[in-house]
Write a protein that binds this ligand. Structure first.
Ligand SMILES: Nc1ncnc2c1ncn2[C@@H]1O[C@H](COP(=O)(O)OP(=O)(O)OP(=O)(O)O)[C@@H](O)[C@H]1O
Length: 249
């Protein structure tokens, strides 16, 4: 469904994403993880059209989308959420979701119906007439998902939708993401919450220093020594080496 082919993204002399190839299959939930600064957000932004890659291509359902503007990829059915919820101040939840719906269809009645439909899907029906500023963090995250869903995507890119949520709220969000997949959506998400990733991903890809170091089923990836090292560093082996050398001295 989505093919990321040999993508490299440089910022001046810094290579944030280094020759990454990754494909997302239709109907799967793929988690993109990695330590801080690994290049997750940059790769996500390349897919979403925020950045054109320095090298490589991104193809969505057969169409080249690298370098395409986000509105154009949204029209093709690929939509993203933002890590910092992009709520419009002084708007109601209903109007905010309708903004998403208008990207697909300019008719007001259609947008209003879409707002009700997706509000139900993300459990915000009771909040439809509340100002977005009155929402809790968890509700704002769900609003972000709702706005994305209102564009009627076939694939959704979720940017840290678990960040700032408590345990109960994370579980609710996990259920929501699973329900999206059950309805046929393909999901790619960048996430720091490894428990969440382990629970719902069909597959996990791991970036470290811009390079993809693993890609496979959750258990297999978490047992991969290179992944463990990327997260925890190498203090033990380096300490062993140092001890060994001290022993020889
Ligand atoms: N717009 C930019 N200009 C210059 N450097 C950037 C830019 N965006 C990201 N970088 C750099 O690229 C590297 C990868 O950053 P990125 O934000 O993609 O990592 P990440 O895996 O998403 O990290 P985190 O988990 O901390 O959000 C970092 O060294 C970062 O400083």
């Amino acid at each position: 469904m989505l093919e990321i082919q040999s993508v490299t993204m440089r910022f001046g002399g810094l290579t944030a994403v280094d020759n990454v190839t990754l494909s997302v299959r239709e109907g799967e939930i793929l988690g993109l993880i990695g330590p801080n600064g690994a290049g997750k957000t940059t790769l996500f932004n390349v897919v979403a059209g925020t950045f054109a890659p320095s090298e490589g291509t991104v193809t969505f359902q057969g169409s080249r989308i690298d370098g395409m503007r986000p509105e154009a990829t949204t029209a093709l059915g690929l939509v993203r959420t933002f890590q910092i919820p992009q709520v419009f101040h002084s708007m109601t939840v209903r109007d905010s979701i309708m903004v998403g719906a208008f990207l697909r269809d300019r008719r007001r009645a259609h947008a209003a119906a879409e707002a009700e439909r997706v509000a139900r899907a993300v459990d915000l029906t009771r909040r439809l007439d509340a100002p977005t500023t009155a929402l809790t963090t968890a509700e704002r995250k769900r609003l972000e998902v709702a706005r994305a869903l209102a564009t009627r995507p076939s694939m959704i890119l979720l940017d840290e939708v678990m960040a700032g949520l408590n345990h109960t709220e994370v579980n609710l969000m996990l259920k929501l993401v699973q329900s999206l997949r059950d309805e046929g959506l393909t999901v790619l998400f960048v996430e720091h919450n490894l428990m969440a990733v382990m629970k719902i991903c069909d597959r996990i890809a791991v970036l470290d220093h811009g390079v993809k170091i693993a890609d496979g089923p959750p258990r297999e990836v978490m047992d991969n020594p290179e992944v463990i090292e990327a997260y925890l560093g190498k203090p033990t082996s380096e300490a062993d080496d140092a001890q060994g050398q001290a022993g020889h001295a």
